[in-house]
Design a protein around this ligand. Structure first.
Ligand SMILES: [Zn+2]
Length: 234
């Protein structure tokens, strides 16, 4: 895996649920933000089904939106955009691509970070959430080629060419980002999602640190996050 050491001027993170970006790429976003990158996070769903308690979906969504705002602040996210789809009801179709293209053209990112939509089964028998896959496809289809071609969604502003996409939650990682400067913020950001913490903050800190160490093993770095790099297309 090669080291990805560039720090983009603007990075757009596009994820499904309120805690996804923090878990998948929180160290990268925090590291880059601390080095001057402007970070925007587009959150596609409300997270309204992310609870086994008796709370109403509306109450869950409200709590999770507060958690998302606090977590974004921990990472140094400059703007948090919520598209507001109910959990399980986000689909890669024209209306969400139009909204993502609008975000890309307005924010003009060099780098987009989103889930790898080709990941269906992780090791250990874990089945990837449908929302992650749908949002990954929608983000990629919006970046390549829709956002850069003027005849796609002309009402959404002037074309913008995204330089590259980094896919998280991938089975085919090929680049590694040094998150030694961002791991602390990542742990704090994930911990803000208290509605989702089953084993407490201490366990969380240990688990995220170990994961970051494992990812960086053999690279010479202490802590890393890995991605699959997609450079253009469409
Ligand atoms: Zn998720």
């Amino acid at each position: 895996m090669r080291l990805f050491s560039d720090v983009p001027g603007r990075v757009l993170a596009i994820f499904a649920h309120p805690d996804d970006a923090e878990i998948a790429a929180g160290g990268t976003l925090a590291s880059w933000a601390s080095q001057g990158a402007e970070v925007r996070l587009v959150l596609c769903t409300l997270g309204d089904k992310g609870s086994r308690a008796d709370d109403s979906p509306e109450a869950v969504a409200l709590r999770r939106s507060h958690e998302a705002s606090n977590a974004a602040a921990r990472l140094g996210v400059g703007s948090l955009i919520t598209l507001g789809y109910p959990d399980g009801e986000v689909t890669n179709e024209s209306s969400i691509r139009r909204r993502i293209v609008g975000q890309i053209r307005e924010f003009e990112p060099e780098v987009v970070i989103c889930p790898d939509p080709t990941t269906v089964y992780f090791a250990g028998g874990y089945y990837n959430h449908r929302d992650h896959r749908e949002v990954g496809w929608a983000a990629l289809d919006s970046a390549f080629p829709a956002a850069r071609l003027p005849k796609y969604f002309p009402e959404e502003g002037r074309p913008h060419s995204v330089g590259l996409c980094l896919l998280s939650g991938t089975l085919f990682p090929d680049v590694l980002v040094d998150i030694s400067g961002g791991l602390r913020a990542k742990i704090e950001a994930v911990a803000e999602h208290s509605s989702q913490l089953e084993y407490g903050v201490e366990w969380l800190g240990t688990a995220l640190s170990r994961r970051a160490e494992d990812v960086a093993k053999g690279s010479g770095l202490k802590y890393g996050e890995c991605f699959r790099l997609i450079q253009g297309g469409g």
